[in-house]
Design a protein around this ligand. Structure first.
Ligand code: NAD
Length: 240
């Protein structure tokens, strides 16, 4: 059996599936990931992206934070790729409990997925740190400098910066899905960012695990099937 035939068999035999993904799910939409050969970590000298995207850096240097955020993180023109579209189809067909994503780009929702637990928040939600007023992506993307609310407070993205805790509702939803699923498909993530990657420890005993990732991950040895290829290309070949 080919890799794709094995993946198809896992899909066919499952009743409840969870997809757990990361930045590699969106690289085929033109959004760079962090750690692979073309990732942002190879692209930026001086201060590391991890440091710029930290709570402390944001508080101390909001100008620099928003310059980096607008030029390197935001991708308002990106559109869903074959992976996002296949997952939306899986949800419509009723087998997918949900998507647990570390991505902040909103592309799963743009593809039509409704059951998405966003562990690291979303660039589409922004709020004033002082009065809580909500703003859309355009407000932050289109302006220059530090975006300010009408009350004078800084408008920040509702994304989890390094050093901040993950949203409880997303963790609860993710854990409920992961602990119930009989098949977990992990794709496009280096599985090195915690606590997100640690949620996979809560998978049900006897559940099946497959991985699609260009590079090796710490979970490869535990998976029944590992495909070292592109997630969009692989999912596009499935009959869903
Ligand atoms: P990562 O950059 O650490 O790892 C990405 C992994 O995806 C790599 O192992 C790479 O080999 C693999 N990959 C890249 N393109 C692929 C493809 N087309 N098919 C299959 N595999 C592919 O990403 P991570 O594990 O998600 O952790 C990075 C953190 O950065 C996350 O917290 C995430 O929130 C954030 N991030 C998000 C976005 C986004 O929203 N699109 C983009 C960059 C980073």
């Amino acid at each position: 059996m080919s890799d794709i035939e094995q993946l198809q068999a896992l899909y066919n035999e499952a009743d409840s599936i969870v997809f757990f993904g990361g930045a590699g799910v969106s690289t085929e939409s033109g959004i760079p990931d962090f750690r692979s050969a073309n990732g942002l970590y190879r692209d930026f000298s001086g201060v590391s992206p991890e440091e710029i995207l930290s709570h402390d850096f944001f508080e101390a240097h909001p100008e620099e934070f928003f310059r980096f955020y607008r030029t390197k993180i935001l991708a308002p023109d990106a559109r869903p790729n074959a992976a996002h579209l296949a997952l939306a189809r899986m949800e419509r067909n009723g087998k997918l409990l949900g998507i647990v994503t570390q991505n902040i780009d909103g592309l799963h929702q743009m593809a039509g997925s409704r059951r998405v637990a966003e562990l690291h928040g979303s660039v589409h939600r922004n709020y004033c740190q002082r009065c809580g007023r909500k703003y859309d992506l355009g407000f932050v993307a289109d302006g220059g400098g530090v975006p300010r609310c009408s009350c004078g407070g800084i408008v920040r993205p509702d994304v989890v910066l390094y050093g901040e805790s993950l949203p409880e509702d997303a963790i609860e939803t993710a854990l409920a899905w992961i602990s119930r699923a009989d098949f977990i498909l992990v794709a496009g993530t280096s599985l090195t960012v915690y606590p997100a990657a640690g949620l996979l420890r809560y998978r049900k005993r006897g559940s099946r695990l497959a991985l699609i990732n260009r590079d090796a991950t710490p979970l490869d040895a535990e998976a029944e099937l590992v495909i070292h290829g592109k997630v969009g290309e692989a999912l596009a070949q499935l009959a869903l």
